[in-house]
Design a protein around this ligand. Structure first.
Ligand SMILES: [Ca+2]
Ligand SMILES: [Ca+2]
Ligand SMILES: [Ca+2]
Ligand SMILES: [Ca+2]
Length: 404
C-alpha cells in the first residue's frame, strides 16, 4: 500500500469511529450550584484539522508554549506562551503529509526544545530542530512504519538526548528511532503491537528505572506494554484487554505507588478504563468510568491540588472534556463535563499560568482551534464531590457524563 492510500483509509476509519460514537449524551442528575474547576474556554485558531497538541517550554523562559499538529494542513502550529495562560497567535511551520501527532523534546541534549511530528500519510516522522527562541528549522523526515499516528519522545537510551517512538496505525507496529545526540535520528527499529495502534505513552511499569512503552490498539480493544531495556530496545509486547475502541492512552502513577498505571479512552463505550499496574510490568483488569460521548483523548494531571492524580477525557461526540477527580488510590469520582470546541481529538494537562494547578489544552479537530481551560483554583469545587457536576451545568455545559 502506498502511504497516500493508507492515509485515506486511516482518515476514513477515524471518521467512522467518530460517527459511531456520536449518539447518547449522558446527563448528570442534580441541579445544585457549585464552583467550577475551570474558567470558561479560551479559543485560539490553529491550522486545519488539529489532531494533537503538545505543551512545553519552546523559548527557554520557563513559559509553556503550544505545538499543534494540523492533520489537514501539513503543518505544525506554534503558539508561544505569555506565562499567564494566554498565547500569541499561531505561527505555522511545514511538517509533512498528514501530521497526526506532535511532541516536544530535546533531541540534542543541549537544553533547546525541538519538535517531532508523526506524518500519518507519509510513513515518516519529521524533526524540526528548535532555534531556542521559539522558531524552528525546516522539517527533516525520517522513515517510520505505515500510518504513523502517535508519538512518544523521551530519553529511551539514557544518554541525555530524547529519542522517538512512533505507533504505526496501518501495520501494527511501534517504531523506535534513537537520537544520535546531534538532532539526527538512527534507522527505525520496529516492534509488533496489536492491530491499529493509535496512541502511545511511556512510563516505568516494572520499577527497574527503564522506560517502557504502552500502546492502545484500536483494532482489538487492547493495550500493549513493551518493557524497555534502557538502551532503546524493547521486549515483546504483552497485550491487556482495555475496552472497546481504545483511542488514547496515558501512563501515570494513579494510585501513589510510584509505578506507572494506565488510563485508556474507550471510544466504543464512552468510558475511560483504568488499568492499575501490579509493579512487575503487568496490568490489572480494566475498571471503566463513564466520560461522555466518544472519548478520543485522555490525560492525567492534578486539577484540584490535592496531589492525587486526576483524569481528563476529550469527548469527540459531545464537544466536552470530562474531568474525573482521583481519590488517590487509583479510583475516580464521576466525570464532570466542561465545554471545548467541536471534535476534541487531543487533550493535555499542564500548569500554564504558574499557579501550581494543572490547566487543560484541547485540540478541536473539527473547527481548527485549540481550547485552553484555565484552572480556577476554586477549592469549593474540590470539596464538592459529585455535586460539582452541577457546577459544570451552571457554567453552561450541555453534554453530561457520570461515573460508573
Ligand atoms: Ca537518548
Ligand atoms: Ca501505580
Ligand atoms: Ca487531584
Ligand atoms: Ca494553572
Amino acid at each position: 500500500m502506498s502511504p497516500r492510500t493508507g492515509g485515506r483509509r486511516g482518515a476514513a476509519g477515524l471518521l467512522a469511529a467518530v460517527s459511531l460514537a456520536l449518539p447518547a449524551l449522558v446527563v448528570v442528575p442534580g441541579t445544585a450550584r457549585a464552583a467550577a474547576l475551570f474558567a470558561p474556554p479560551i479559543t485560539y485558531i490553529t491550522g486545519s484539522g488539529p489532531a494533537d497538541v503538545a505543551v512545553g517550554d519552546l523559548t527557554g523562559d520557563g513559559n509553556d508554549s503550544l505545538a499543534v499538529a494540523n492533520l489537514g494542513h501539513g503543518t505544525v502550529s506554534v503558539l508561544l506562551g505569555n506565562g499567564d495562560g494566554t498565547f500569541a497567535p499561531a505561527v505555522p511551520y511545514p511538517a509533512g503529509p498528514g501530521p497526526a501527532a506532535v511532541r516536544i523534546g530535546d533531541l540534542r541534549g543541549n537544553g533547546v526544545s525541538d519538535l517531532v511530528v508523526a506524518n500519518q500519510f507519509g510513513a515518516t516522522v519529521s524533526v524540526l530542530l528548535g532555534n531556542g527562541d521559539g522558531t524552528f528549522q525546516p522539517p527533516r523526515p525520517y522513515p517510520a512504519g505505515w500510518g504513523p499516528s502517535a508519538l512518544a519522545v523521551a530519553d529511551l537510551t539514557e544518554d541525555g538526548a530524547a529519542d522517538v517512538a512512533v505507533a504505526n496505525q496501518y501495520d501494527g507496529t511501534v517504531t523506535v528511532l534513537p537520537s544520535n545526540g546531534d538532532g539526527t535520528l538512527q534507522p527505525p527499529r520496529p516492534y509488533l503491537t496489536g492491530p491499529s495502534p493509535s496512541a502511545k505513552d511511556i512510563g516505568d511499569f516494572n520499577g527497574n528505572g527503564a522506560l517502557d512503552l504502552v500502546v492502545a490498539n484500536t483494532g482489538d480493544g487492547t493495550v500493549s506494554v513493551l518493557p524497555g531495556n534502557g538502551d532503546g530496545t524493547f521486549q515483546p509486547a504483552r497485550p491487556y484487554l482495555a475496552g472497546p475502541g481504545p483511542s488514547d492512552v496515558a501512563a501515570k502513577d494513579l494510585n501513589g505507588d510510584d509505578l506507572a498505571d494506565v488510563a485508556v479512552a474507550d471510544a466504543g463505550d464512552d468510558t475511560v478504563a483504568v488499568l492499575l499496574g501490579n509493579g512487575d510490568g503487568t496490568l490489572q483488569p480494566p475498571r471503566p468510568y463513564l466520560t461522555g460521548a466518544g472519548p478520543s483523548a485522555v490525560t492525567a494531571g492534578d486539577f484540584n491540588g490535592d496531589d492525587a492524580p486526576d483524569l481528563a477525557a476529550g469527548n469527540t461526540g459531545s464537544a466536552t472534556v470530562a474531568v474525573l477527580l482521583g481519590n488517590g488510590d487509583g479510583t475516580f469520582q464521576p466525570g464532570v463535563p466542561y465545554l471545548t470546541g467541536p471534535g476534541p481529538a487531543a487533550v493535555t494537562a499542564s500548569d500554564l499560568d504558574g499557579d501550581n494547578l494543572d490547566d487543560l489544552v484541547v485540540a478541536n479537530q473539527f473547527d481548527g482551534t485549540v481550547t485552553v481551560l484555565l484552572n480556577t483554583g476554586d477549592s469549593a469545587a474540590q470539596a464538592a464531590g459529585p455535586a460539582q457536576a452541577a457546577g459544570a451545568a451552571a457554567a453552561g455545559n450541555p453534554g453530561g457524563c457520570s461515573g460508573s
